[in-house]
Design a protein around this ligand. Structure first.
Ligand code: APR
Length: 251
């Protein structure tokens, strides 16, 4: 399943980076965006995941995010999330760049996570920009919408279509891609920019780029190695193989 080239490079590598997308959480029961039962099949992103929609109909957008939060609160990290935490412990300089807002990497124990698209469990005030965590949210009597203590409307702290990504996080992600010796693109359709440029950037900077996906994507022809399958099955096998190689080389 894994080429000798990949195993050799991982054995030598200090800096390993993993870009993850919704496919990594699919086996936890979190719907992806563009798959068979993807969110964008049943909902219209322009009606829900953008600021104008929110200002036009904050109640509808909040109901959708409450539904997604309840769903995410019910699910747990899957073996793919935990395998990534084990990979993090195997390398001196490992970081996770995620497009996912479901907080499952952190719940699985990952430490160095760059959240490119925010985190559904965090709220931000549209007026004073202050963060309010889940249990401090009050719903105003008048409009039953979550409000900040300053009276401003709270919004989910996620990046909506057309919005800027957190600039510092984005810079850190591109810096990691440029430093990576091995770069994994896992469970992402690699169609949404600027995240989709990271594997390309990493390869241009000399990384060995490996894609792990249920099916080929638009970057499959571009990466060094494309492994087709479920991330929740492939990643634990990769960790087991690296463990086995390390223990046999220590004998
Ligand atoms: N294992 C590996 N890959 C999987 C699995 C799985 N079990 N299940 C699905 N996939 C793959 C699909 O083949 C697809 O390529 O995961 C990818 C999911 O793609 P998308 O649904 O487009 O999700 P993602 O790439 O994360 O979307 C990027 O788009 O809507 C925005 O902000 C949203 O962060 C999201 C961004």
């Amino acid at each position: 399943m894994f080429s000798d080239e990949l195993i050799t490079r991982l054995k030598r590598a200090q800096t390993v980076v993993a870009l993850t997308g919704a496919g990594v959480s699919a086996e936890s029961g979190v719907p992806t965006f563009r798959g068979e039962n993807g969110l964008w099949k049943n909902f219209r992103p322009e009606e829900l995941a953008n600021f104008n929609a929110f200002i036009k109909n904050p109640k509808l957008v909040w109901e959708w995010y409450q539904w997604r939060k309840e769903l995410v609160n019910k699910v747990k990290p899957n073996p793919g999330h935990y395998a990534l935490v084990e990979l993090e412990a195997m390398f001196d300089d490992f970081c996770m760049i995620t497009q996912n807002v479901d907080d499952l990497h952190r719940k699985a124990g990952a430490k160095k996570i760059y959240e490119l698209h925010g985190n559904i469990m965090r709220n931000r005030c549209v007026d004073c920009n202050e963060y309010t965590n889940e249990d401090d949210v009050q719903f105003a009597e008048s409009d039953a919408l979550p409000r900040c203590h300053c009276g401003g409307l709270l919004r989910p702290d996620v990046v909506w279509f057309g919005e800027q990504l957190p600039q510092r996080t984005l810079m850190q992600a591109f810096d990691a891609a440029n430093r990576a010796e091995v770069f994994f693109s896992i469970g992402t359709s690699a169609v949404v920019q600027p995240a989709a440029s990271l594997p390309i950037e990493a390869r241009r900077a000399g990384a060995y780029v490996v894609e792990i996906n249920f099916e080929p994507t638009v970057i499959s022809h571009y990466v060094d190695e494309s492994i087709i399958g479920k991330s929740g099955e492939i990643l634990p096998k990769l960790v087991a193989r690296l463990r086995q190689d390390r223990s046999s080389s220590e004998e």
